[in-house]
Design a protein around this ligand. Sequence first.
Ligand code: MCN
Ligand code: CUM
Length: 796
Amino acid sequence: MTVAVDHPANPAAGDEDRPIGYGRLQRKEDPRFVRGKGHYVDDIVLPGMLHGAILRSPVAHARLVSIDTAAALAHPGVVAVITGKDLLGLNLAWAPTLSADVQAVLVTDKVRFQGQEVAFVVAEDRYAARDALELIEVEYDVLPAVIDARQALAPDAPVVRDEIEGRTDNHIFDWEAGDAAETDAVFASADVIVSQEIVYPRSHPAPMETCGAVADFEPIDGTLTLYETSQAPHAHRTLFAIVAGIPEHKIRIVSPDIGGGFGNKVGIYPGYILAVVGSIVTGKPVKWVEDRSENLMSTSFARDYIMQGEIAATKEGKILAVRTNVLADHGAFNATAQPTKYPAGFFHIFTGSYDLQAAHCTVTGVYTNKAPGGVAYACSFRVTEAVYLVERLVDILAHKLEMDPAELRLKNFIKPEQFPYLNKTGWEYDSGNYERAMRLSMEIAGYDELRREQKEKRERGELMGIGISFFTETVGAGPRKHMDIVGLGMADGAELRIHPTGKAVVRISVQSQGQGHETTFAQIVAEEIGIPPEDIEVVHGDTDQTPFGLGTYGSRSTPVSGGAVALVARKVREKAKFIAAAMLETRPEDLEWEKGRWFVKGDPSVGKTIAEIAMGAHGTVTLPEGIDGNLDAEVTYDPPNLTFPFGAYICVVDVDPGTGHVKVRRFIAVDDCGTRINPMIIEGQVHGGLTDGVGMALMQIIEFDEAGNNLGGSFMDYLIPTAMEVPNWETGFTVTPSPHHPIGAKGIGESATVGSPPAIVNAIVDALSPLGVTHIDMPCTPARVWEAMQGRARPP
Ligand code: MCN
Ligand code: CUM
């Protein structure tokens, strides 16, 4: 069993844990989850509902010669078989992606990755639908596949997207940030330069619940109700209106309970569209839920970045500049979910937590015969790759300079007085105190003692490693003037209603997949208007019930939607003042606020609670001009900047010299996400993310053979970390509020997934450094570690 140890804040440093609105409140959603009473897409059963199943391509690259569906159609229980040809007739064969590309809903011309959607069967039950898939005869003319991104731009590489007019190669985009000339100049005069190719392999978010949908098209009035596993129901509704040509006000999207998203449920998959088409064609509701292999083989992957990194420094260890060229494998369709201006997401925060003179990156995106996607798995829009790159480079530099990696970092951190800090690629870091977090994690770890222990063990030939990672994230996209997805500005709405008896409903535009929004968003309202969280219902996940907003990903819910909720509560509080004044027959400016109540200045016994004011608002008192007879408000919050959470992680590993097996013995994580709403939920987010990190660093990769066969398409091959592989997490925190966020909070949902892999890999390399190992690519499986120990790098 895993027991978490949580260290208190560092009072000496002036830190105080002041969680807002009831702090460690137990999660309001858990009574239904722990009783098995959650309501997921697959729990939805509608009268007359049919079941869909997708035929997927067994090969990665092939011309589609013919499809014969006659036998499948004749199978008992089968109602319809839909092919790409049928979709061409409906103008639905191709759908726009979130990155201004198009993606095939069903294959019409050729298959571009293994597992791609070829045909859709709709039947009376799941079994008939699945059985009928086997009866569809497809003839493929198999083509050579391009699998390795390094081969994608070779002149003789097979062209994945030859359906696009005039396209003769696999190049998608070139993008750069920072100043190339300035960076080159700094490199030219630096004492020390280290270079390393660093690969962040393709991985997968693999949520417990796979993706699915239930589509219910009502032909009489032309309305579509779509239950789907979506992290962004409002954005999906707009896209469905555009793709399917159904007026937006006739579409209702419901995302009920979601069994984990981790980025996997940001995009719109062909299965969702096929469920809708199936419902339109048959006139019945259609359910489609994918199985595990379908999820692993065809939905949004993560990472797949090949990074050439370089870092320049003085011989005393002052880091001067970082530069990198990245090759980004986007698979067969560019379906990555990034803000429009940023095809490589927020990767250009690869300058990390250091005060540099210059930085430059280029990113080239390419098509390959692999599944599309590219945002998912707690990535903070590619901050994962950025942090991994810079934290590996800093460690390699420390090794070269024979400096302690903690000391090197401490020497180069951006200092507290430098915030707000404008980095060399254009980000304005809002607030931070890096040294304090680093020192706290070293204190919890007993860093000096660990180094002593390591020294002793090395003398005995034992392989113990200590790895550090310090990360800065940028989370909470917008502001909308800089950030949009398919033209939709990244802002979020909130509506708050206080019913006459003083009970409240807050409606939000983001969508929980397990992060506990029903609890924490109630806590924000509770803090701002002073009614208890149990009296506040949080409504989300239904476009008919909630205001427009861009949804949950990039840890943006607290930074954006949380800001909206704080502001809408303040708006209600302000309105309550006017109503209270009318009730008390006094002037609003004579009232003072204490949590939950307006009272007369100088006479605290005369006042009205929020509940009394709510009743008053709906009662008979004459309200002032311009004040409606309710205690409701709504806002749309467009954040002025992103928030920049950070953390200092230390990992201790023991490597078995005989087998290469890595044991993560200890892991210390100090996180700073500004004002903390619910410390228990934060710890849960951190524990989960650290576990993800162990998975990625040691176990997980979606690999392909040369023909494009996916070798990670089941949980036999794609390993999920369990309590067996992880240590007792030791967490701590500091609190550096965001100066621009209404309650000072920064996001936390992806921090640990972003920050932990480099700490683990740095620890492994540290353990192996007496053997001359300076780098090893993830996942550090026993085989790879053993090969590295033999001085045999794994062939790329
Ligand atoms: N929180 C808090 N105080 C803060 C910051 C956050 O109490 N200063 C709380 C929030 O109120 C929220 C939770 O922590 O209840 C996470 O908040 P936030 O950092 O805003 O992240 P989001 O809610 O936007 O969640 C998205 C993030 C992402 S992008 C991925 S990927 C991921 C993650 O959350 N997917 C998850 N954590 C997950 N956790 C679960 N259980 N399931 C997923 O799919
Ligand atoms: Cu990038 S995974 Mo989260 O942003 O849903």
